[in-house]
Design a binder for this molecule. Structure first.
Ligand code: BGC
Length: 384
């Protein structure tokens, strides 16, 4: 019995290892195991999922940046499954990558596997999402997440002219995944702008759902956001009450909310709907007037910052603010040593700057900058 169990465990272990080593996680979309690049080094990139659009762009931009500099690259996607991501990272460590770039599915679940990376002397960059409770990560590269939320809040404040209009206006909130450290930053950023108007009664939240835990969306899932919003519309708006604004932390949730409004909202007014990322379907909705704005984050630049930071780390340096000037980036970035405490200490962070995109400035912000191309119907598509 004991022998059988051991054999089974060894077999499973071998299977897991070979799966992870090939990078073919259950997401099934990961690249094959790569050997060292022409410069003798290999970078392991662990992305959460292909099902949320932006990570496809991040993965391919990061892969290209590092490959162009002669690094071998192993890129894994973990199908939004926490255990899978742990296995994928174990595989990358077993592959002896020289650097790990990780966008966590659940910020709290990687402490053990990253302790293994630390033991193997592999530097880790926490990419976009802060990884919590570990001293194994050296740096954090992201956008100013709180600012993303304040841009959404300010947008609503300006469009409803909250300081002058009589109101009151009805508003609802949809936030992101509680397992993603970013989600609260986005929500708090928007709430901090809008809370005074809720307090004064200029904004009313008919559902009463104003706390993060009440409005969060597990895994940033579109259909979960849709069902929750259908319930809200059914419970609080079926008497003909007008909804004026829906603050959604990102585009995958905004898509669900927009679908719920299309199917379950009786009113005919146009509703202000925020988002984040510039996903294709959402940009189409913005052009068609079904979503009002998105906060765009140029992930191509996030990949450039990650590359330049990674190169320094691999040459044994301890970069600081000077990296920004030395690299001569064409985009703005700040070095922050205060905002991101992961429970084991403050993680030095390079934070890029997000931009508001609306129907009016899509051409200027997304197409003229060459991040997207415009098709002949006037809809933008990612350029790469
Ligand atoms: C990212 C957002 C994204 C969300 C869902 C967050 O961590 O910062 O850009 O919309 O995850 O993928």
């Amino acid at each position: 019995m004991k022998v059988k169990k051991l054999l089974a465990a060894a077999l499973t272990g071998a299977m897991i290892f070979s799966l992870a080593a090939c990078g073919s996680s259950s997401g099934g979309n990961s690249s094959k195991k790569t050997s060292k690049g022409t410069n003798g080094k290999n970078v392991g990139i662990s992305m959460p999922t292909k099902s949320l659009e932006r990570w496809n762009r991040d993965g391919s931009y990061l892969q290209k940046q590092f490959k162009d500099k002669g690094y071998g690259v192993s890129l894994t996607y973990s199908d939004n499954k926490i255990d899978q991501q742990v296995k994928d990272i174990e595989g990358l460590i077993a592959d002896k990558v020289d650097l790990l770039v990780v966008a966590a599915i659940d910020g709290e679940s990687l402490s053990q596997v990253l302790a293994d990376a630390k033991d193997a002397n592999i530097p880790v960059i926490s990419y976009d999402r802060l990884i919590m409770n570990t001293d194994a990560i050296s740096y954090y590269v992201s956008f100013d997440n709180y600012k993303v939320g304040t841009l959404q809040g300010e947008f609503i404040k300006d469009k409803l002219d909250l300081d002058n209009a009589a109101g009151p206006f009805n508003i609802e909130f949809t936030a992101g995944d509680p397992a993603d450290n970013n989600a609260k930053f986005f929500f708090n950023g928007a709430m901090d702008v809008l809370k005074p108007y809720i307090k004064s009664g200029k904004l009313v939240v008919p559902s009463g759902q104003t706390e993060f835990d009440q409005v969060a969306t597990a895994q940033w899932d579109t259909s979960k956001a849709m069902s929750r919003f259908q319930n809200i519309l059914g419970s609080y708006y079926s008497d003909g009450k007008q909804l004026d604004a829906a603050v959604c932390s990102n585009d995958s949730t905004a898509l669900g909310v927009t679908q719920a409004i299309a199917s379950d909202y009786a009113g005919k007014n146009s509703i202000l709907i925020t988002g984040q990322d510039g996903d294709e379907a959402n940009l189409k909705n913005i052009v068609d007037g079904k979503q009002t704005m998105t906060v765009y984050k140029a992930v191509a630049n996030e990949a450039v910052a990650t590359l330049d930071l990674g190169v320094k780390l691999l040459s044994g340096e301890k970069p600081d603010e000077g990296l920004i000037k030395d690299s001569g980036w064409s985009f703005d970035c700040s070095y922050d040593t205060k905002s991101y405490d992961n429970g084991k200490g403050v993680v030095p962070s390079y934070l890029l700057v997000p931009t508001v995109v609306t129907k009016e400035n899509i051409q200027k912000e997304l197409v003229d900058t060459k991040y997207y191309t415009m098709d002949d119907k006037g809809y933008p598509h990612p350029a790469n």
